[in-house]
Design a protein around this ligand. Structure first.
Ligand code: PLP
Length: 396
């Protein structure tokens, strides 16, 4: 007998992946220039030149054994020191190397934290809609209960009333993703202070901390000078899951970290539990070459000009046609209202009639919207505009 939950998880690809696969197939038939694929969040700007140079330099100046060998499970001390120094300089914190556990990206970072905080079948992890759909399998496949806080559909901050009514004694953590996939929204200081106040009060009521799990792969992707608050400076029981997949355009290299600040309740044991959970998942170490690259490039920031140009082009064009959406402050997603209020129907019609591939908001538990990943070529956006025009026209 095999594990049915895992069988189901493996045999039911996400709608995002299905749409992406459809696009690849169609490209073979009608030519890639006729497919307008807004599905994946795969960075379209190249990794900074300094990153590529660092890879070459490390191969030249470091013994091969050290480049390709194992590191300690939590990562090289020197890499963790470099990350801590970067965070302390930017956020005025006192993070030490010993607070950081280097992972193979944000996904395993999140899973190790979820596993570290939850007991099988009795613990709950919450997420705020709209949310990255993988949070659900990350939680449920690891034996905990997943609860969704319905979206604040006005401005995509956090629906505090719903949050307050859903938290219970089994709630161990709430995943916060800002800048947000799929809405592009950055949670404000006010939102985070309100959230912290609720979590403190509920933690006191239930006699255990309710941790914020801050999922931050888009931290560096913000436009127009918007600042992303560093949540550990607002709420003491915050565990950060970070990744360089988006900020340095390195998603295939698998590198990120978990940060458990000293201020977290029971920080040492939480850190041990993260380390133990990683061990239980077969984590040995994050890629050694990439750890060394991060040590040299931790202060690199992405050049967001291309994303910003896409954001403005798409936002101006779509709102000019009559689509409704908020101009996103961060990440590389536009979350647009479906003209007929049915994201799935719009996505299906756009796919079949125009080879225009957009992800229905239903996938993020926010019906009536659709997500457009604008980490694509500027040229593709321009070529796709007649399809958007025809679509909205067809609903008038
Ligand atoms: N969290 C969010 C919100 C994401 O959008 C993604 C990837 O798209 C991840 C986590 C996973 O990132 P990583 O590639 O670092 O595992």
């Amino acid at each position: 007998m095999i594990n049915q939950t895992m069988q189901q998880l493996g045999s039911s690809p996400s709608v995002i992946r299905e749409l992406f696969a459809y696009g690849l197939q169609q490209a073979k038939v009608i030519g890639p220039e006729n497919v307008f694929d807004y599905t994946l969040g795969n960075p379209s700007i190249p990794a900074p030149a300094k990153v590529n140079q660092a890879i070459k330099d490390i191969l030249d100046d470091t013994p091969s054994i050290a480049v390709h060998g194992y590191s300690m499970g939590g990562g090289f001390e020197t890499t963790r020191e470099a990350i801590a120094a970067n965070l302390n300089r930017r956020f005025g914190t006192e993070i030490k190397a010993s607070n950081l556990f280097i992972t193979c990206g944000a996904a395993p970072a999140l899973i190790s934290v979820i596993r570290a905080l939850t007991k099988y079948h009795s613990s709950e992890i919450m997420a705020v809609a709209p949310y990255f759909p993988e949070y659900k399998p990350f939680t449920e496949a690891n034996g905990a209960k997943f609860t969704v806080i319905p979206a604040d559909r006005e401005n995509f901050q956090i629906n505090m009333d719903a949050l307050e009514s859903l938290i219970n004694e089994n709630t161990q953590g709430i995943i916060i993703n800002s800048p947000n996939n799929p809405s592009g929204v950055v949670y404000t200081e006010e939102t985070l202070h309100n959230l912290a106040a609720i979590l403190r009060a509920k933690g006191e009521e239930y006699g255990h901390p309710i941790y914020i799990i801050a999922d931050e792969p888009y931290r560096e992707l913000v436009y127009g000078g918007v600042k992303v608050p560093f949540i550990p400076t607002i709420y003491e029981n915050t565990i950060v899951c970070y990744s360089w997949s988006k900020s340095l355009s390195l998603p295939g290299e698998r590198i990120g970290y978990v940060l458990v600040p000293d201020a977290c309740e029971d920080a040492k044991n939480v850190f041990f539990a993260v380390s133990g959970a990683s061990r239980g998942m077969g984590h040995v170490c994050a890629p050694t070459l990439m750890q060394k690259v991060i040590e040299r490039c931790v202060n690199e920031m992405p050049d967001l000009a291309a994303y910003d140009e896409n954001r403005t082009l798409l936002y101006d064009a779509l709102t000019g046609m009559g689509y409704r959406c908020a101009k996103p402050d961060g990440a590389f997603y536009l979350f647009v209202e479906a003209p007929n209020g049915d994201g799935r129907a719009f996505s299906q019609k756009a796919k079949l009639e125009h080879n225009l591939l957009v992800v229905p908001g239903e996938e993020f538990e926010c019906p009536g919207f659709m997500r457009l990943s604008y980490c694509v070529s500027n040229d593709m956006i321009k070529r796709s505009l007649p399809a958007f025009e025809a679509m909205i026209h067809s609903y008038k």
